[in-house]
Design a protein around this ligand. Structure first.
Ligand code: GLA
Length: 395
């Protein structure tokens, strides 16, 4: 849907004229490497994609947040003085959770009418929820700043934190900061190197992959229980950290522990499964640093090897893949021209990312698509998306 179509659709639902409708956008993300490390205070290396959430928005004065989406029948009307009452919503809870987080930080929630338009597949592992949260946070914060005469630009790192806060405190998902950060802070043609302990120190690394493309493959698997398994993994890493801390009192999180320190102390972790999870996190952190080095040296083949090693570790040690993701990855790696392939995001379904030689992309989609359909019984989807900008108002 174009921006002008979105505004027309808005008027169909809410009436009025076009000139007081604003449009805000925030993207999804693809994580290149550094998976299941963010909530351990580790390193991640994500980029914003160009697909995301668009919000057409208008301020009102009736004390309500009104919300609809272009592709859902749902309509939500939330009373701004009772925002804690909407946790049960199937659609709309992320957004109300964001409003609650903003209120905690002193923002004024201005009543408004909102129409959401997502150009990103829902629940597909490309952070459609972070895109919704950050776009919503940006909309509310812009209106709040205007109401309070604040002229500085909205603090986008704070918007990312409000998005994460909504998931953690309102929606019951213990996610880390990566998705919301990438959605808020992404920059066209750049990848974000983020040490999740020090958000302000993030670095934008130009993505130079001459002759190669990032191909995203979507399992189209309906995810169930993904949130509870995600929370379980996080608890396992916390268990492992508390045992290692006995010998490493200065460490504040797994991200503070080097590969050498881990090797010397891993016997302190009692449960095998927990040691296995922590092994993934510590080695993955190291792979992020090596990947950046490889990219800076123009060594795309080494980057591909690191991507494969990350994927194998997520499958074998962290155990967050499953038949659908494993099939996509193993079929992708068979294609002449693929230099690396792995799951991206939380796992348990969702998407993979592959680095593919430009001239092999068409054959990749054809070959992997055919094999996946034969093995799994329904089709995968493929996207060759560009790296886009983080959250912004569309003028
Ligand atoms: C999900 C979470 C992120 C991160 C990834 C795994 O996308 O929202 O915080 O933990 O999984 O790397």
């Amino acid at each position: 849907m174009t921006i002008s179509e979105l505004k027309q659709e808005f008027i169909k639902h809410y009436g009025g004229r076009e000139d007081d409708i604003r449009v805000f956008m925030s993207p999804g993300r693809v994580n290149l490497i550094g998976e299941h490390t963010d909530y351990c205070g580790g390193f991640v290396f994500p980029a914003a994609i160009t697909m995301g959430t668009y919000i057409a928005a208008r301020k009102t004065n009736d004390g309500l947040i009104k919300m609809r989406a272009t592709d859902l029948p749902d309509y939500v009307e939330a009373d701004i003085t009772k925002l804690d009452d909407y946790k049960h919503l199937k659609w709309g809870n992320y957004q109300i959770g964001v409003a609650v987080e903003l209120q905690k930080r002193g923002y004024t929630i201005v009543p408004c009418e909102l129409l959401f338009d997502d150009t990103i597949p829902h629940g597909g592992g490309l952070s459609s929820s972070a895109a919704i949260e950050v776009a919503t946070a940006l909309t509310f914060a812009t209106f709040s700043n205007e109401a309070n005469g604040i002229t500085e630009p909205v603090n986008m790192i704070e918007m990312a934190l409000c998005g994460q806060g909504s998931e953690n405190n309102y929606c019951g998902v213990n996610c880390g900061i990566m998705d919301q950060f990438a959605s808020a802070m992404g920059k066209k043609d750049h990848v974000i190197f983020l040490d999740c302990k020090k958000l302000e120190d993030y670095k934008l690394v130009p993505l130079k992959m001459d002759g190669y493309k990032i191909v995203i493959s979507n399992t189209n698997k309906k995810r169930s229980l993904a949130d509870s398994k995600y929370n379980e993994r996080r608890a396992e890493t916390e268990e492992g950290f508390s045992e290692l801390k006995a010998a490493l009192p200065n460490a504040t999180c797994l991200g503070d522990i080097s590969l050498e320190e881990f090797e010397a102390n891993k016997h302190l972790i009692k449960r095998d499964i927990v040691r296995q999870r922590v092994t993934h996190v510590i080695a993955e952190d190291d792979r992020v640093l090596k990947s950046i080095e490889a990219l800076q040296n123009g060594d795309i083949l080494e980057f591909g090897r690191l991507i494969n090693a990350s994927g194998d570790s997520l499958r074998d040690l962290y155990e967050v893949t499953g038949k659908e993701l494993d099939t996509l990855v193993s079929e992708a790696r068979k294609v002449d021209g693929t230099i690396g392939s792995r799951m991206t995001g939380a796992g348990f379904g969702g998407c993979t990312m592959s680095i593919v030689r430009e001239d092999a992309v068409e054959a990749f989609i054809e070959q992997v698509g055919k094999a996946y359909n034969e093995i799994i019984g329904y089709p995968a989807s493929f996207y060759v998306d560009d790296i886009g900008d983080g959250g912004h108002e569309v003028k």
